[in-house]
Design a protein around this ligand. Structure first.
Ligand code: SF4
Ligand code: SF4
Length: 454
C-alpha cells in the first residue's frame, strides 16, 4: 500500500479507503459437490489434513467483527464475499448467523452486503428465500449451453451438471434474487463467445463475468525464452488470441444491442479505466494486496490465488485482520505486481487498462527476452485496442452527464446509414476512418481518436 509510513502497521483511514480491502471468505474451505477439471481450489484439502472444514462460531464471530472494523469509516457499503468450495454445502442457518453478526457489529449509519459464489446445484426455494430476504448477490457458475458447460463442470462421479445448475439459475430468477453468471473461458468454449453471450441474454441474464482459464504447467516451462504460450499451460487453458477474439466478438454484439441493458464486468471495468478511475477488479489494478482470502479456521492468505503456506499471513485469532492486511509482507506482495512489470509493459499503449494483469499469469518472456510478460498479453492488446474508440466516446458521454448508451444509438444509426449507402460495416465497432462514435460527424482519427486513452 502506498504512502504508509514504516512502522504504521494499519495505515490511515484515507489510505485504507483509497486502497479498499476485500477478503474472500472460505467458510467450508475447498469442499465441493463438484469435481470441475480446472478448479484451482479443490487441492487445498492437502493444507489442512483431518480438518472438519466448517468455519466455527468463534472464527465466524471474529471474522465478521474484524472485517467491519478493518474498513475505513468513510467507505461506503462493506461487502462480504462467501466462496468455496461450495458454500451452500453449509446449512442456510450459517448465513442467518452471518447476517445476525453483521447487524450486531455494524456501527450506526453503515451498510453491508453479501455476495456468494455457487455452482447452483443446491439452490432451492429455501436458499433463494434467504438470499432474497437478506439481499444477497449471487454469482452462479455456468460455462455456456450444456455442450460447453458439461465439458469440464462435472460431479464427483464425472456426470454432467448443466441441467441441475440451470434449475438453480431458474430458482434465482423465480425468487428475483440478484445474480451474475460467471463463465470460465477455456480452450473448448473459447471459440463460442457470441453464442454464449446470446444464449444467456436470451435466458434473461443481465450480468455476466468472464474468467479466462490459465493453468501454467510449472516453473521449468516458465524459464524457457521463446517458448510458445500454448506449451506453457495445460491444454484446457484458453489461448491468448482466442480470448482476445472471444471478448471483441462479444463487445461488438453488446455495443450495438445491449448497452445499459446487459452488464459485462470487463466492459464496465474498461469504462471506469477510460474515465481514469480505479477498477474494482484486482487484475486490472496497478497493485495487488487488497484482495485477501480467509480459510475456515481464520488463517489469512495474501490472495485467493495464493493460498499456500508461503503466503499465509497469520490467523485472526492471533493478530487482527487489519494488521495482517497492512503488514509489511502483504505490502510487499502488493507492490511486487508493479515493481516486477517488464519494460515492454511499461511502454505499452494499453498499460493503463491492463497493468500486466495478474502476476500468476506472467509466464512469458517479452519479445526482447525479459521475463514476466503476461500469458494473456495478446488478448488484452487486441481487446483494449479494439474497444478504444467506443470507450473514449462513452467516457465523453459520462463526463458530459449523458448515458453511455447514447453511443450505441449513434453507432446503430451510422451502421444503418452505411448499409443503405451499400457500405456494410461488418458489425465491428468504430475504426480509425469511420465516423466517430461520439457523434461529432468527424472521422474517429480526427476526433476522439486523437486524444490519449485513460
Ligand atoms: S495475484 Fe492476481 S488475483 Fe491475486 S490480488 Fe493480485 S491480481 Fe488479484
Ligand atoms: S497488454 Fe501486454 S504489454 Fe500491455 S500491459 Fe498488458 S501484458 Fe503488458
Amino acid at each position: 500500500m502506498s504512502g504508509v509510513a514504516p512502522g504504521n502497521e494499519s495505515g490511515t483511514c484515507s489510505e485504507r479507503l483509497a486502497a479498499g480491502l476485500h477478503v474472500m471468505a472460505k467458510p467450508i474451505g475447498p469442499i465441493c459437490n463438484l469435481d470441475c477439471a480446472y478448479c484451482y481450489y479443490l487441492d487445498k484439502e492437502r493444507l489442512y489434513p483431518g480438518a472438519t472444514w466448517r468455519m466455527g462460531p468463534a472464527t465466524l464471530d471474529a471474522f465478521v467483527r474484524q472485517y467491519i472494523e478493518a474498513q475505513c469509516e468513510a467507505a461506503g457499503e462493506i461487502v462480504f464475499a462467501w466462496q468455496g468450495g461450495e458454500p451452500t454445502l453449509l446449512d442456510p442457518r450459517f448465513f442467518e448467523e452471518v447476517v445476525a453478526l453483521q447487524q450486531r457489529y455494524l456501527p450506526p449509519g453503515r451498510r453491508c452486503a453479501n455476495t456468494l459464489q455457487t455452482n447452483g446445484l443446491r439452490l432451492d426455494d429455501r436458499w433463494c428465500e434467504l438470499f432474497k430476504r437478506h439481499g444477497f448477490l449471487i454469482g452462479i457458475s455456468l460455462d455456456g449451453p450444456a455442450d460447453l458447460h458439461d465439458r469440464h463442470r462435472v460431479d464427483k462421479q464425472g456426470r454432467p451438471t448443466f441441467a441441475a445448475a440451470w434449475r438453480g439459475l431458474e430458482a434465482l430468477q423465480r425468487h428475483q434474487v440478484e445474480y451474475n453468471v460467471l463463465v470460465v473461458v477455456h480452450r473448448h468454449n473459447g471459440d463460442h463467445g457470441r453464442r454464449i453471450y446470446r444464449f444467456f441474454r436470451q435466458a434473461g441474464v443481465r450480468h455476466l463475468q468472464f474468467i479466462p482459464l490459465v493453468e501454467p504447467l510449472g516453473n521449468s516451462a516458465r524459464a524457457s525464452v521463446g517458448a510458445q504460450p500454448a506449451d506453457l499451460v495445460h491444454e484446457r487453458s484458453v489461448l491468448p488470441e482466442q480470448y482476445g477474439e472471444f471478448l471483441t466478438g462479444i463487445f461488438d454484439e453488446w455495443v450495438y444491442h445491449d448497452v445499459g441493458r446487459v452488464f459485462v464486468q470487463i466492459f464496465d471495468e474498461a469504462l471506469a479505466m477510460w474515465l481514469g478511475r480505479e477498477p474494482s477488479l484486482c487484475v486490472f489494478r496497478r497493485r495487488c494486496g487488497r484482495a485477501l482470502a480467509i480459510e475456515h479456521n481464520g488463517d489469512v492468505y495474501s490472495c485467493d490465488h495464493f493460498v499456500e503456506p508461503d503466503y499465509r499471513l497469520g490467523n485472526i485469532h492471533q493478530l487482527p485482520l487489519v494488521e495482517l492486511a497492512d503488514s509489511p509482507r502483504q505490502r510487499q506482495f502488493g507492490e511486487a505486481k508493479e515493481t516486477s512489470l517488464p519494460g515492454y509493459c511499461r511502454q505499452c499503449d494499453v498499460r493503463f487498462a491492463c497493468q500486466g494483469e495478474c502476476p500468476k499469469n506472467r509466464i512469458l518472456h517479452t519479445p526482447d527476452g525479459e521475463p514476466g510478460l503476461n500469458y494473456l498479453c495478446a488478448a488484452y492488446q487486441r481487446f483494449f485496442r479494439h474497444i478504444d474508440p467506443v470507450m473514449r466516446a462513452m467516457a465523453s458521454e459520462v463526463r458530459a452527464g449523458r448515458p453511455p448508451a447514447d453511443v450505441m444509438h449513434r453507432l446503430r444509426a451510422a451502421r444503418q446509414a452505411a448499409e443503405s449507402a451499400g457500405q456494410p460495416s461488418g458489425g465491428r465497432a468504430a475504426q480509425r476512418n469511420a465516423p466517430c462514435p461520439c457523434g461529432s460527424g468527424r472521422k474517429f482519427k480526427h476526433c476522439c481518436g486523437q486524444a490519449s486513452g485513460g
